[in-house]
Write a protein that binds this ligand. Structure first.
Ligand code: DC
Length: 224
């Protein structure tokens, strides 16, 4: 039997890939994997346990033993709800640092692949189409200018009552882009067979519609 189909959505920080992937998964009734949350969970657990961001062996062990539960839109780590904590800036920065470590990436591979269950999966991250699900039926590489991404994040954070500056966010995004792209292990890059979608001038709804149309065509090709 053919394995359940995967739609892979990769792209840089704050490109909107999470929102697009969730929208597509919901519209098609497919499972959803936010792979970045796994790197964030390892980072959070490491900070709780006082494990240094460069202690590759211990971090890989943490990644393998992580006790985590994904329940719709909530994420629990060892019985505590960490959904909001995972999005905090220190966790983002630490996740990006530990994501360069090959043994951590390897430890998370089977966890990510376990999300592939019938009727199918929409997965977002940096290496969904290149490494984790190279046989995805549809690969999308979502991008937007660093300025547009910083602007979107600024709006979200300000609405939530955070005090941030646009300049600071732009700097964070540029640093994370550089680290995610320059690392040797599974760097952020579009798969050779990915469709590249520049959302700088697009709304979220238009981006979801673009991916949905192609995903529907791949999952249930019309017979002519
Ligand atoms: O998508 P995100 O911002 O939640 O990801 C957090 C960090 O995890 C990001 O800086 C890079 C890393 N990551 C990765 O290396 N590979 C993935 N598939 C997903 C995230």
């Amino acid at each position: 039997m053919a394995p359940p189909p995967v739609v892979a959505i990769d792209g840089p920080a704050a490109s909107g890939k999470g929102t697009v992937a969730q929208g597509v998964a919901q519209a098609l009734g497919l499972h959803y994997l936010d792979s970045g949350s796994l790197y964030r969970l390892v980072a959070l657990k490491a900070s709780r346990e006082g494990v240094a961001a460069n202690d590759e062996a211990r971090l890989a062990t943490l990644a393998r033993l992580l006790e985590v539960e994904f329940d719709r839109h909530r994420i629990r780590l060892e019985d505590g709800d960490v959904t909001e904590e995972l999005r905090a800036e220190p966790v983002s920065a630490a996740a990006s640092r530990i994501a360069v470590l090959p043994s951590v990436r390897t430890a998370l591979l089977s966890r990510q692949r376990a999300f592939r269950r019938p009727p199918g999966l929409v997965a977002d991250g940096r290496d969904m189409g290149t490494v984790v699900f190279p046989d995805a039926i549809l690969k999308i590489y979502l991008m937007a200018s660093a300025e547009a991404r910083a602007g979107r994040r600024y709006k979200q954070l300000i609405e939530k009552g955070n005090s941030v500056t646009l300049e600071g966010l732009l700097l964070d995004i540029r640093e994370r882009d550089a680290r995610d792209s320059a690392r040797a292990a599974a760097p952020l890059k579009a798969a050779a067979d990915a469709l590249i979608l520049d959302t700088t001038e697009m709304t979220i709804d238009a981006s979801i519609a673009f991916v949905l149309e192609r995903a529907k065509a791949m999952i249930a090709p019309t017979s002519g």
